[in-house]
Design a protein. Structure first.
Length: 364
């Protein structure tokens, strides 16, 4: 309990710090003015696309869960929303454990099978986002006239272009390195080197080794070329739809309308930002990441922050309410999910960078 409290406190401090960075140089009048000029009717199609995206996620989850047990996507929607809703308000990524718990209670799917499918979903999302991040310099055009002073640093288009290509190259190397873990001899070599390194604490080695085993085991379950193709198509549709929702919401903001490519860049940058551990709901990192992404394409600080705050809240609010509704309906509590979370070692969440657990908790 003490460890959980410390983690929550650290997350809150990080969120407050990032919120401070986001609001630090923003003119309050400009921020309020951006909200006042917003056409709130565009929130309706934004919400419809967002909820539709979650239902489409349940269709992909049905495919990933298929080898263990076939469950209609309509019945997967509730457990999926419980997972996302719990992650918005409870620490320790409780939603990742609540999803298979809800599925076990509702359709008698073994907890281990349900959790493995959730982990596999995170891995697939991680690889998709890495690919989009690698390709970002090709589709995310930085405003050539941009010249911003951000936290004491003077940034122009040239420097931002160099930084974008450098980060893209780093992501490419990281992705290539991750994929080499799928080769058993290489995996064994990497793990032997990890065990030998004297300066890395034992608990970090444990987390890294747990992630490696989960990563390789998860991806090895997708063996059929047809299954790989279907999962890839569904994943691209999911993330493309999220980007589309951002573009649609931008139409309600007078003064700027982002293109679809810019919306994809906004999505990728915010996903990278929320990989930093913070409070439940990703408050702070999401705002800072989204604001920086929009400033790179020439959007002023005030409207950029206002847009980011609005889309974040419109995602967080309905997702949380729907998740809690289904949690009550299926009698899934955060306490149960957190109990399961405490039984397994922590690894890096393949979907967003937060904490998730690899081992299969024992079934209730």
């Amino acid at each position: 309990m003490k460890k959980k409290s410390v983690q929550l406190a650290i997350g809150l401090v990080i969120s407050v710090f990032f919120l401070w960075l986001a609001f630090r140089n923003v003119d309050v009048g400009e921020l309020v003015g951006a909200f006042e000029k917003t056409n709130w009717l565009w929130a309706i199609p934004f919400l419809l696309i967002t909820i539709g995206n979650f239902y489409y996620r349940s269709i992909r989850w049905r495919i990933l869960l298929g080898p263990a047990k076939w469950v209609p996507s309509s019945r997967l929607f509730g457990p999926l929303m419980i997972g996302f809703g719990f992650n918005n308000i409870f620490p320790a990524r409780a939603g990742e454990f609540a999803r298979p718990l809800a599925l076990m209670k509702q359709d008698d799917v073994p907890y281990g099978a349900g959790f493995s499918s959730v982990l596999l979903e995170r891995l697939v999302d991680m690889l998709c986002l890495l690919a989009l991040f690698i390709l970002m310099p090709l589709y995310f055009r930085i405003d050539p006239n941009i010249e911003q002073e951000l936290w004491g640093f003077r940034l122009d288009a040239g420097r931002l272009e160099e930084l974008s290509w450098s980060m893209s190259l780093m992501a490419l190397v990281l992705t290539g390195g991750l994929l080499t873990f799928l080769i058993p001899p290489v995996k064994r070599f990497y793990l032997s080197v990890l065990h030998w390194l004297p300066l890395i604490p034992a608990f970090i080695k444990e987390k890294l080794e747990s992630f490696v085993h989960s990563f390789t085991t998860g991806l090895s379950t997708i063996k059929s070329p047809f299954l790989v193709t279907m999962v890839a198509i569904h994943t691209l549709v999911i993330w493309g739809t999220i980007a589309l929702s951002y573009q649609v919401m931008s139409w309600g903001f007078p003064g700027f309308e982002i293109t679809f490519a810019q919306a994809v860049g906004f999505m990728v940058v915010t996903c990278v930002a929320i990989s930093i551990p913070s409070s439940p709901g990703y408050w702070g990192p999401f705002e800072l990441g989204g604001m920086v992404a929009l400033m790179m394409v020439g959007v002023p600080e005030g409207p950029a922050l206002a847009f980011t705050m609005l889309v974040h809240f419109l995602q967080w609010g309905p997702t949380t309410l729907i998740g809690l509704f289904y949690a009550g309906k299926l009698h899934v509590s955060a306490k149960e999910a957190e109990h399961l979370a405490e039984e397994a070692p922590v690894i890096t969440d393949a979907g967003s960078g937060d904490s998730v657990h690899a081992d299969k908790p024992r079934e209730a």
